[in-house]
Design a protein around this ligand. Structure first.
Ligand code: CTP
Ligand code: MG
Length: 335
C-alpha cells in the first residue's frame, strides 16, 4: 500500500485557501473563554488550598497550548509537593472537596491510564479534568505552545486536522484512534519535514530550557522570539499543507518501518526503537514517538481494526483534497 500513488497536487489548490482559513477562524475561541477559564481556575485553587496549602494548579493541554478550539474542556494538573503512593486516595479526597462546592458531575476516575477527577462548573459552563502530579504533561504542553509561536501555519493546520478528526470520529483513544496530542505532533513533524522546513527541531538546538521530570530530562531551545522568521522561505499555504498532510498519511508514510519523531525532527526506524512487534497491548501499527517520554508510542492505542479505519480516513481526506470540487464541506462531513 505504501507509496501506492503519491499524487501531484491539484492545480486549483489556491482556491481552497480562503475557505480553509475561514474554518480555522471560526474555530478560534473568543477571548471571553480565557476569562472564564481563569475564573474557574481561581475557584479551584481556593478549594484545593483549604486541604493542601502548598499545592499548585497548572493548566495544560489545549486550554494553554494554543491548539484549543472553542468550547474545549480544560485539563488541570494538581501538583502536590509530596510523594504520593496512593493517587486514588487523593483523587477521592479531591472529589469530595469539589463536590461540596456546587460543582456538578464530580467523578473520580481512579482506574484510568491517567487517573483524574472530572467536573463541570455550572457558572462558566466549563468541564474540566484534574490529574495529579502529571508534570510531564505540563512540560510537553509548553513545547507545543512554543512550536505554535514559531509559524502561524502550524496552528492553522492543527485546527483543521483536529476538526477533521473530531468530525470523522477518529479522535477517540478509547476506540483505538488517536488523541489530539498525537495529531498535533503529526502536524509538527510534517512541518519539520517540509523543504524548506517550516518548523525547526527545538530539541536538536541549544538547550535554553531544561527541567527533569520523573527522571526524564526535558530540554530544548525555547527562545522562540528569535525564530519568528524561521519558516519564511517556505511559501506554502494552508491549503497546500492540508493537502500534503493527508497525502503523506494516506500514501507517503511507511507504516511498516517508520516512526515519526518530533524530538529528532525526522523519521526514525521501528528497528531502532525496538517497536517491531507487539508487546502486550502495544502493537505499534502507527508510530508516533512522544518527544520526552521516548519509550511512549502515541500510536499504541491503535489496533488492527482501528488502523484500517484511520488509514481509510486518511485516504478519504487525501482524495477529497485532490478531487472534490468542494472539499471544505466533504472533508468535515459527520461520519
Ligand atoms: N497528553 C500526554 N500524553 C498523551 C495524551 C495527552 O502527555 N498520550 C497530555 C498532553 O500534555 C496534551 C494534554 O495531555 O497536551 C491533553 O491531551 P489531549 O486531550 O489529547 O489534547 P488537547 O490539546 O487537550 O485536545 P482537545 O482539544 O481535543 O481536548
Ligand atoms: Mg483536552
Amino acid at each position: 500500500r505504501m507509496l501506492k500513488r503519491q499524487m501531484e497536487c491539484r492545480s486549483d489548490i489556491h482556491r481552497l485557501n480562503a475557505p480553509l482559513l475561514a474554518i480555522y477562524e471560526s474555530l478560534i475561541p473568543p477571548k471571553e473563554e480565557k476569562t472564564k477559564q481563569q475564573q474557574l481556575l481561581a475557584l479551584l485553587e481556593k478549594l484545593v488550598w483549604k486541604e493542601w496549602p502548598q499545592a499548585k494548579l497548572f493548566p495544560y493541554g489545549s486550554c494553554v497550548n494554543d491548539f484549543g478550539v472553542s468550547r474545549s474542556d480544560i485539563d488541570i494538573c494538581l501538583a502536590l509537593n509530596e510523594d504520593i503512593n496512593n493517587k486514588s486516595e487523593i483523587l477521592l479526597k479531591l472529589a469530595d472537596i469539589l463536590q461540596s462546592d456546587n460543582l456538578q458531575n464530580v467523578q473520580a476516575l481512579t482506574r484510568a491510564r491517567v487517573p483524574i477527577v472530572k467536573l463541570m462548573d455550572p457558572v462558566t459552563g466549563i468541564s474540566c479534568d484534574i490529574c495529579i502530579n502529571n508534570v510531564l504533561a505540563v512540560v510537553n504542553t509548553k513545547l507545543l505552545r512554543d512550536y505554535a509561536q514559531i509559524d502561524a501555519r502550524l496552528r492553522q493546520l492543527a485546527f483543521i486536522v483536529k476538526h477533521w478528526a473530531k468530525s470523522r470520529g477518529v479522535n477517540e483513544t478509547y476506540r483505538g484512534t488517536l488523541s489530539s496530542y498525537a495529531y498535533v505532533l503529526m502536524c509538527i513533524h510534517f512541518l519539520q519535514q517540509r523543504r524548506p522546513a517550516i518548523l525547526p527541531c527545538l530539541q536538536g538546538m541549544e538547550k535554553t530550557y531544561n527541567v527533569t521530570v520523573d527522571n526524564i530530562e526535558c530540554a530544548y531551545f525555547d527562545q522562540i522570539e528569535k525564530l519568528h522568521n524561521f519558516g519564511s522561505s517556505n511559501k506554502e499555504t494552508v491549503a497546500q499543507l492540508v493537502w500534503g498532510f493527508f497525502n503523506y498519511w494516506a500514501y507517503g508514510h511507511d507504516y511498516a518501518n517508520s516512526v515519526i519523531s518530533v524530538r529528532t525532527g525526522s523519521i526514525i526506524s521501528k528497528q531502532e526503537k525496538d517497536w517491531t512487534r507487539r508487546i502486550g497491548n502495544d502493537r505499534h501499527l502507527i508510530c508516533i514517538e512522544d518527544p520526552f517520554e521516548t519509550s511512549h508510542d502515541l500510536g499504541r492505542v491503535v489496533d488492527k481494526f482501528s488502523i484500517r479505519v484511520l488509514r481509510e480516513e486518511f485516504e478519504r481526506a487525501a482524495d477529497i483534497m485532490q478531487f472534490d470540487p468542494n472539499p471544505c464541506v466533504k472533508l468535515f462531513e459527520p461520519y
